[in-house]
Design a protein around this ligand. Structure first.
Ligand code: ZN
Length: 278
């Protein structure tokens, strides 16, 4: 199942267009994306019976698959080649920060560059479905709603060069969390442990990797996070990025006004982030 945010209303996306969830369910589910995640199990069971005339929608108008997450988690240092390029050490437990929810935007966004040290990070993003606390490994996949694409935009000077690192603030400026274009449930993928992620900037491929190389896999992230916090419906988790970010280039390369990032994952789609000057 693919789920889209159409002008703030949850819609099931089909090859022929989108079906509004609230109208098709006669008010049982929706209209907001959040209300769908809040009733995830019942909603997932209902979807196969959904009927309605699909409406065409301009993909450029889609919103974030989870526009109002109560919690946003980011996992750092979760691919060995990124750990090595950043000259860090391999973590033994997930390295977790937050992106504050106000930074979350949709799949077609314009981001104002607040400084000259803004970097890209293409990532697979988990959207939590039922969630929970102390989720056992055998229930980890069931706790999530599905996947979307994310860019974990980061101000590297703010993040790394101060006396004390500011991971969460440096990744939470306005527009720093583009997500989309749709949520795709994990049953849609032949192998949800191996998602193919790409980041193309101004037509040049900068990142190209598969998620089978994650140090902490999707179920591992769910288990480890839920050992500590309660995961809530609609929460989103940036799972980490692989090699090819701008800060490790020699000299470092950062995003410039006029740049266009196309981030894509096979089976989910792609999203476009445009950068403009302040
Ligand atoms: Zn990241």
């Amino acid at each position: 199942m693919k789920l889209a945010n159409v002008h703030g209303r949850a819609a099931v996306a089909t090859d022929d267009g989108v079906i509004d969830v609230e109208m098709a369910s006669e008010g049982r589910f929706g209209p907001s994306m959040r209300s769908v995640y809040d009733q995830w199990s019942a909603f997932r069971d209902w979807v196969p019976s959904a009927t309605g005339t699909p409406l065409t929608v301009d993909p450029a108008t889609l919103g974030a698959p989870s526009p109002e997450p109560r919690q946003v988690f980011g996992v750092g240092a979760n691919y060995l080649d990124h750990v090595e390029e950043a000259r860090a050490t391999r973590p033994t437990t997930p390295v977790v920060f937050t992106k504050f929810p106000t930074c979350i935007t949709g799949p077609n966004t314009v981001v104002v560059l607040p400084s000259a040290s803004i970097d890209w990070e293409a990532e697979l993003v988990i959207v939590v479905g039922t969630g929970g606390h102390l989720i056992p490994p055998e229930h980890a996949w069931d706790a999530i709603a599905g996947f979307t694409i994310g860019q974990d935009l980061s101000d590297r000077v703010l993040q790394l060069n101060y006396d004390r690192p500011q991971f969460s603030l440096a990744k939470s400026l306005p527009g720093f969390g583009p997500t989309g274009p749709v949520l795709v449930t994990t049953d849609e993928f032949a192998d949800p442990d191996t998602m193919h992620v790409r980041c193309v900037i101004n037509g040049r491929t900068r990142q190209d990797f598969t998620t089978d190389r994650l140090i902490f896999s999707v179920p591992n992230i769910i288990v480890e996070l839920s050992k500590i916090v309660t995961l809530l419906p609609g929460d989103i988790i940036f799972t980490g990025t692989s090699s090819g970010v701008g800060m490790i280039q020699d000299p470092p390369e950062y995003l410039q006004p006029g740049d266009e990032i196309v981030t894509s994952i096979d089976g989910i789609g792609s999203m476009t982030t445009r950068l403009v000057g302040a």
